[in-house]
Design a protein around this ligand. Sequence first.
Ligand SMILES: *[C@@H]1O[C@H](CO)[C@@H](O)[C@H](O)[C@H]1NC(C)=O
Ligand SMILES: *[C@@H]1O[C@H](CO)[C@@H](O)[C@H](O)[C@H]1NC(C)=O
Ligand SMILES: *[C@@H]1O[C@H](CO)[C@@H](O)[C@H](O)[C@H]1NC(C)=O
Ligand SMILES: *[C@@H]1O[C@H](CO)[C@@H](O)[C@H](O)[C@H]1NC(C)=O
Ligand SMILES: *[C@@H]1O[C@H](CO)[C@@H](O)[C@H](O)[C@H]1NC(C)=O
Length: 156
Amino acid sequence: EAVVFKFTNFVCEVFNKSRIVINECRLKAISRNTTLMNFNATLLHPLNDVILEAQIFKRANGYKPFLYKARIDCCQFFRKAYHPIVIGIYKTFRNYSNMNHPCPYSGIIYTKGANLEYGMLPHALPTGQYLLNLTWIHYGTKTLTTNLYFMFTEDL
Ligand SMILES: *[C@@H]1O[C@H](CO)[C@@H](O)[C@H](O)[C@H]1NC(C)=O
Ligand SMILES: *[C@@H]1O[C@H](CO)[C@@H](O)[C@H](O)[C@H]1NC(C)=O
Ligand SMILES: *[C@@H]1O[C@H](CO)[C@@H](O)[C@H](O)[C@H]1NC(C)=O
Ligand SMILES: *[C@@H]1O[C@H](CO)[C@@H](O)[C@H](O)[C@H]1NC(C)=O
Ligand SMILES: *[C@@H]1O[C@H](CO)[C@@H](O)[C@H](O)[C@H]1NC(C)=O
């Protein structure tokens, strides 16, 4: 069994520069099958209203939606986790992040050294290239989008 499940690219785009400054948005390859994800940003104002739109795309002549878009209220989420896709994303990043607490968020937010592991998948994915598009919305307008590209291949 040879499985490769790893990040392949990470692109952050800021829509509102008065809210956030990105200090780091990059991947670090540590071996052929392991790439660590680092994100670090400074929030210029405390945030008490955080909506996350999460969508997974699969590459096939460009990136096509693979699962429906999930829209969740992060401030509510930490009171009661309810969305299966978002619970998966949360489990992937929580041990590496300082955002694993209820609102408000302020100062430096980061995720450091996050890694993809086969055991995290709720069920097998078709082999392919994927994009996890996370758009962060505060007070009704988009602040940034974080595009995490990853691959999954399974040779049995
Ligand atoms: C950008 O963020 C600032 C600070 O939160 C806010 O006052 C402003 O309305 C936002 N701009 C847009 C276009 O949403
Ligand atoms: C990565 O590959 C090495 C050796 O090729 C293997 O020992 C290790 O278990 C692999 N790691 C993952 C996360 O698949
Ligand atoms: C985040 O970036 C700031 C500014 O560059 C730096 O001082 C801080 O040590 C970084 N934090 C982490 C956990 O990498
Ligand atoms: C995160 O930490 C918890 C508690 O230590 C552990 O049970 C879980 O397996 C860890 N998850 C990941 C993705 O490392
Ligand atoms: C991800 O979502 C943002 C905000 O909706 C959008 O601007 C961006 O183009 C999307 N990225 C991709 C690669 O589709």
